[in-house]
Design a protein around this ligand. Structure first.
Ligand code: G6P
Length: 507
């Protein structure tokens, strides 16, 4: 008997648009969460029937949702690979635009993301007034919509096959409890339903988390504790979650004594036990290398090599999120050039900063600051035959892979990051080994730390010194470190990440 897996995430693996003939066309969705989960699912559809529940980002998504709900899928074209062998059914929800906007932009991205990444300019922000309370109601309604859809999917199985719900990220922190409550009310025994929640972000320490209005802060924790299993990328984030459960909810927390083990502990709250565990998400190296072998990536490798003209390359690839710390990265590059004139004309900084969440005003302002800072650094140092910084803001996945392939130094310096995939992809793609300058505040530092050049992301001078160290690193040391980084990244492929969570639910 196949088990049913219900995956839930805000952004789904497919998005829709209207073709010129008015029909709905699907295309693959992007982002680290999507690629990790999709690749993790690839190996498990033989023993599981997978449904992926996600939110609509556009009118075309909503139209697809309504047709699906009406059982009319005639002209809802699924992109190749989403139906067929991978066997993943996508269920797009019909959530009203206002509700979605407030839940996604005003609560998830402007409050919860800021809390977990410690991003607030606290003398001025946040201000939780009546407007926040209204936004919070939408966040609740949005989470209800997911729980209702998942409950309906779970109930659809009259044969009582085991149901495993895997709920992703801060957008859906209330959904685990809502799902459990809904099924409990409808008297489906929840014995054959097991729920996991996974946080792809860091988790805030209690003193910062306390900034949230009490009711919201408690609801987020209690929501996740509706799950049987709560996962994090790094022990730091799992420990911070346990700290918040204890300090803010007054829950009983039992910490695992075996450090280094996947399990961080248990939380007992409201008559229910939740296992809290660490599952670092690495990469599917074979798939990544195969993608990097494609013609479009090879073309970009040729073009970038020509642009570099034999100079060393410092590469960064990020979405322009406030947590990515791109401006301090540019300041560190500036300091490198100021302190080490020997690099003038010898190095180029390729900074790929792709658009993200432009509905949030702070993100728009930050994007402008990144562009201004890059212009200033370029103007200060450029010579007639040397362009020291190449900032690219137009998203181009193939070009990003090409840049990682060529990088001598990869700069990944987030203020905080749940994990960070670029830090793992870079060494796997690297042609001749890259030195990784990595923020100690990225979840990936827990696994990659020994072979990276770790920096305090706020310390621009330390980052500049690490860039210099990376550029000057002897070839054999750089290759050795890069190979070790790649081996670490490959050791936790997405299939294992997902499989470990499912196995934990079955224990
Ligand atoms: C990053 C984070 C994920 C998050 C995603 C959402 O990839 O690591 O935790 O789910 O952003 O991005 P979006 O573009 O959908 O706001």
């Amino acid at each position: 008997m196949k088990q049913r897996v219900l995956l839930a995430s805000n952004r789904g693996p497919v998005s829709y648009h209207f073709g010129t003939d008015g029909t709905l066309r699907g295309q693959r969705g992007g982002g680290g969460l999507i690629s990790g989960v999709t690749s993790g699912l690839a190996g498990m559809t033989a023993e599981s029937e997978v449904t992926w529940v996600c939110a609509p980002f556009s009118d075309a998504d909503r139209a697809a949702a309504r047709r699906q709900d009406g059982g009319d899928t005639r002209d809802v074209a699924q992109p190749a690979g989403l139906s067929g062998p991978a066997g993943v059914r996508v269920r797009m929800l019909d959530i009203a635009p206002d509700t979605f906007d407030r839940a996604y932009n005003n609560v998830a991205n402007s409050v919860l993301w800021f809390v977990h990444h410690l991003l607030f300019d606290t003398p001025n922000q946040p201000q939780f007034g009546p407007e926040f309370r209204r936004h919070w109601q939408s966040y609740q309604a949005y989470n209800e919509a997911f729980a209702t859809a998942m409950a309906a999917e779970a109930r659809a199985d009259e044969a009582r096959v085991p149901v495993r719900a895997l709920i992703q990220d801060y957008h859906l922190s209330l959904a685990p409890r809502l799902l459990r409550d809904q099924l409990g009310r409808q008297q489906r025994t929840t014995g054959d339903l097991r729920i996991a929640h996974f946080s792809h972000t860091p988790w805030a320490p209690p003193d910062y988390y306390r900034m949230l209005p009490e009711q919201a802060g408690r609801a987020v924790l209690a929501g996740i504790l509706g799950a049987d299993h709560a996962g994090f990328h790094a022990a730091r984030w799992a420990d911070a979650f346990l700290d918040c459960c204890e300090a803010i909810l007054g829950a009983q927390v039992i910490r695992s004594q075996a450090r280094g083990a996947a399990q961080a502990g248990w939380v007992l709250y409201d008559g229910h036990a939740t296992e809290v565990a660490v599952h670092p998400l690495g990469i599917d190296a074979a798939a990544l290398r195969a993608r990097a072998g494609a013609g479009d990536v090879r073309d970009h490798i040729t073009a970038l090599s020509q642009a570099a003209r034999g100079r060393k390359l410092i590469v960064r690839v990020d979405r322009t999120e406030l947590s990515k710390n791109i401006v301090r990265g540019l300041a560190a590059y500036r300091e490198l050039l100021a302190a080490h004139p020997e690099w003038h004309g010898q190095v180029v900084h390729l900074a790929f900063a792709y658009p993200s969440r432009s509905a949030v005003p702070e993100y728009r302002a930050y994007t402008e600051l990144v562009e201004r800072t890059a212009r200033q650094v370029a103007a200060e140092f450029r010579t007639p035959d040397w362009e020291p910084v190449l900032l690219e803001v137009r998203d181009d996945y193939a070009r990003s892979l090409a840049a990682c392939t060529l990088a001598d130094v990869l700069l990944v310096n987030p203020i905080r990051d749940g994990m960070n995939l670029v830090a793992q992809e870079g060494p796997v793609l690297s042609q001749d080994g890259c030195a990784l300058v990595l923020s100690r505040e990225a979840g990936a530092a827990a696994t990659l730390g020994p072979d990276a050049l770790l920096v305090n992301p706020y310390d621009v001078s330390e980052t500049a010194a690490a860039l210099h160290q990376g550029l000057a690193m002897p070839d054999d040391e750089r290759r050795r470190r890069s190979a070790a980084l790649a081996a670490t990244a490959e050791a936790s492929p997405p299939a294992r990440w997902l499989g470990d969570q499912l196995a934990a639910l079955d224990r």
